[in-house]
Design a protein around this ligand. Structure first.
Ligand code: SAH
Length: 213
């Protein structure tokens, strides 16, 4: 599979669409403009890769909508070298965005099929995550904590406590919370026990499921 001028052109249009919807972070927009999203999707969907939509990937999961990826990433305020935990590796597209922004990314996926597929494919594209992990995101990654930020890319029925406790002071957790529809929520850790909570409107994600599969 190749990345052609046609793909690059389509990507620039996608950047314009995401910008028009309100994304202003230049680094995030550059990442969307650079990453070949079509290579993260199953071949039958490649023609749709540069529409601002979610699409099916393996194991009944989806690659998130580019606007959603951009929105969550903007909320993280990623700085070069940040240690970031992602819950829900999926296709690896969001992981690639974080890597491109210079973060050290740890990413957990609970579906074995997706974990295997993405683990094999991701380095081939030239991205280097710190670690891709097969596991349950509800428990986070205690061994590597604390994190500068944590991003959850599946709809969480509630906020898992370990994720809050694995944040650095000043760290940020971006998590869509809710069952059918989720409210994008940002928690900022202000102290050992103090968290500021801000809400950013409705989104729809596949559910954050417990345990591994
Ligand atoms: N960031 C991904 C989004 C994939 S959809 C992308 O852009 O492609 C959400 C992903 O979260 C799915 O792959 C799903 O299997 C995974 N997931 C659901 N519950 C999980 C859990 N408890 N721990 C880790 N991953 C989980």
């Amino acid at each position: 599979m190749k990345d052609t001028f046609k793909h690059k052109g389509m990507r620039q249009q996608l950047v314009e669409v995401v910008k028009a919807k309100g994304i202003t972070d230049v680094n995030v927009l550059n990442a969307i403009g650079k990453i070949p999203r079509h290579l993260f999707m199953d071949s039958s969907f490649i023609d749709h890769a540069y529409q601002d939509k979610a699409f099916p990937i393996a194991a009944d999961q989806t690659i998130s909508q580019p606007y959603t990826v951009a929105f969550q990433t903007e909320l993280l305020q990623v700085k070069q070298g940040d240690k970031i935990l992602e819950i829900g590796t999926g296709s690896g597209y969001q992981t690639a965005v974080l890597c491109l922004l210079g973060a050290q990314v740890f990413s957990i996926e609970r579906q074995k099929e997706l974990f295997k597929k993405t683990s094999q494919f991701f380095p081939k594209l030239g991205y280097r995550a710190k670690k891709l992990i097969f596991g349950d995101g509800y428990i986070g990654l205690e061994d590597e904590a604390p994190f500068d930020s944590i991003i959850v890319t599946a709809g969480a029925p509630f906020v898992p406590k370990p994720l809050l406790s694995q944040l650095k002071i000043g760290g940020r957790l971006v998590i869509p919370v809710g069952d059918e529809i989720q409210i994008m929520t940002l928690f900022t850790r202000k102290g050992t026990k103090e968290f500021e909570q801000q809400e950013f409107g409705e989104f729809r994600f596949v559910p954050l499921l417990e345990d591994k599969n």
